[in-house]
Design a protein around this ligand. Structure first.
Ligand SMILES: Cc1cc2nc3c(=O)[nH]c(=O)nc-3n(C[C@H](O)[C@H](O)[C@H](O)COP(=O)(O)OP(=O)(O)OC[C@H]3O[C@@H](n4cnc5c(N)ncnc54)[C@H](O)[C@@H]3O)c2cc1C
Length: 477
């Protein structure tokens, strides 16, 4: 699956100095990065195996500046890759030598909070966590919680329709987004959605959310904020077999119980995360679930009691309910640091696919077979409640051919997700990583239809161009 990049546009490369001069008239000198050393900081994102130097990086401070840059790039046929914090695991924020990066990270203010109507208007470069921090004093929070929430921006979350551990109950970004300010490819600024629950006309907001920076640049967002529950309690359940843990998840969901989160870790992942977080995870089991419920003490007790009852036929070997805020924090620290903790011990690629929860036991067994057949190891952590898998395929970058083997295993795993009725992406998007697998999920007619929609917004394919759709067979509006 080694990813191909298109040949950069020689005309743009030849006009680089002109383009830089033009951009320098639109933003302050410190908002335009041109030197090779400084551009290096933007050469990759969370998909660090792939690196490309952008033509330049622009860091605007206002929607007007974004609009001016977009107008200029449209007139000069310069490609634009919108960027937030650059944590995309799908290579969504990587730009080539003939494209500028338009990074909105400096636009990070909270503009207005309406507690009565439970909305917040923010600039799109604000981090996910900063939204919750800004409303916490009134007992509110912003629900979608990617593990990268300390760094990733709401703009990136919107572009990738990001999720997180607690999205089982509260939904992903699209379920918590009410409106955006969008700068179109030619610099026109439009408002989509608003401060209310529903909008007249086509659901363009649904189209923008998950469009991976290809339909416009989001500069502001109106998000739903929720009142935090009275309390929350995570429980750890350890199982002797992977199949028992998978079947237990399917049984809980099948019984109609919706905890706030059900997270799964297999033995390798438990060991890696426990060594990092010292969270008290059981080390003598093959798989572990973190199941969090929330509400009053009585509600939590009741729900946990029902969950334990449902789990009995699957013979949990360990059951531990958190007894304090410190314990809960440690349990979540372990899970949320899974990628970083894995990075301490090995190179890895993190896959992201979705399957129907009933298929968990079969898919987990097949993942192990696929990776073992390539002579590699896998650690599985994922949002089991909604079937969003994150197999972390471990390899050694210094061993020739190992990364390619890991990529091939990843490709087989994603194809397996589609085969069992699931989907190529869970929450990380398509980016460059899964671009060439889109034909496994969609027919040619379906892809052409999606590309025609994209081309209406950006007929010249200048916005984040080498992503999402296979490179050949592109259509104009
Ligand atoms: C350790 C780690 C843990 C993670 N955990 C999770 C997780 O639990 N759940 C999850 O969903 N993801 C997770 N991710 C992936 C990543 O954090 C998300 O995809 C996140 O939403 C990206 O946000 P960002 O600000 O870093 O965007 P970037 O990486 O900068 O960009 C991502 C995409 O958004 C587009 N984009 C950026 N800004 C704009 C804009 N203003 N307008 C239009 N498009 C724009 C870019 O072009 C690109 O396609 C994780 C990543 C890491 C490194």
């Amino acid at each position: 699956m080694t990813i191909a990049f298109p040949t950069p546009d020689a005309t743009i490369l030849a006009r680089r100095e002109d383009i830089l001069r033009g951009l320098s008239r639109l933003v302050a000198p410190e908002a335009l990065i041109v030197s090779e050393d400084e551009r290096r900081a933007f050469e990759t994102d969370g998909l660090t195996a792939y690196r490309k130097l952008p033509l330049a990086v622009v860091l605007p401070s206002t929607t007007e500046e974004v609009a001016a840059v977009m107008r200029f790039c449209h007139e000069n046929r310069v490609k634009v890759v919108p960027r937030g914090a650059g944590t995309s695991l799908a290579g969504g924020a990587i730009a080539q030598e003939d494209a500028i990066i338009l990074c909105i990270a400096k636009m990070n203010r909270v503009l207005a909070v309406d507690f009565e109507n439970r909305t917040a208007r923010v600039e799109a470069g604000i981090t996910n966590l900063a939204i919750s921090q800004a409303v916490a004093h009134e007992g509110f929070f912003y629900a979608p919680d990617p593990s990268s929430q300390l760094a990733c921006t709401i703009a990136g979350n919107i572009a990738m329709n990001s999720g997180g551990a607690h999205c089982l109950k509260y939904g992903v970004t699209t379920n918590n987004l009410l409106g955006v300010t969008l700068v179109m490819n030619d610099g026109t600024v439009v408002e989509i959605g608003g401060e209310h629950l529903d909008s007249p006309g086509y659901d363009l907001l649904g189209l923008i959310c998950g469009s991976e920076g290809q339909l416009g640049v989001v500069t502001e967002a109106v998000v739903r904020i929720l009142r935090a529950a009275e309390g929350a309690r995570p429980a750890l359940m350890g199982f002797e077999t992977v199949e028992d843990a998978g079947a237990c998840v399917a049984a809980i969901i099948g019984a109609g119980i919706i905890p706030v989160a059900i997270e799964y870790m297999d033995r390798p992942a438990i060991n890696i995360c426990e060594a990092f977080a010292h969270a008290g995870y059981p080390l003598d089991v093959e798989a572990m679930l973190i199941i969090e419920v929330e509400g009053s003490d009585a509600e939590c007790e009741d729900m946990l009691r029902r969950i334990v009852e449902i789990a009995k036929p699957y013979r949990p070997k360990t059951l531990k309910v958190s007894q304090s805020e410190a314990e809960s924090a440690a349990i979540w620290k372990g899970r949320k640091s899974a990628f970083g903790a894995t990075g301490r011990i090995s190179d890895y690629i993190c896959m992201d696919g979705t399957i129907p929860t009933g298929q968990l036991p079969y898919v987990l067994k097949r993942i192990d077979e696929i990776v073992t057949a390539k002579g590699l190891r896998v650690a599985n952590v994922f949002h089991a409640g909604d079937g969003n898998l994150h197999p972390l395929i471990l390899f050694d970058i210094n061993k020739p051919g190992e990364m390619e083997k890991a990529e091939r295993a990843g490709e087989e795993i994603l194809k397996l997700c589609v085969e069992v009725g699931g989907c190529l992406t869970g929450e990380h998007g398509v980016g460059i990583e899964k671009r060439d697998l889109m034909r496994c999920q969609f027919t040619e007619a379906e892809l052409q239809q999606q590309m025609r929609v994209r081309a209406v917004f950006d007929p010249g394919w200048l916005l984040n161009p080498a992503k999402v759709f296979p490179l050949e067979g592109r259509v104009a509006a």
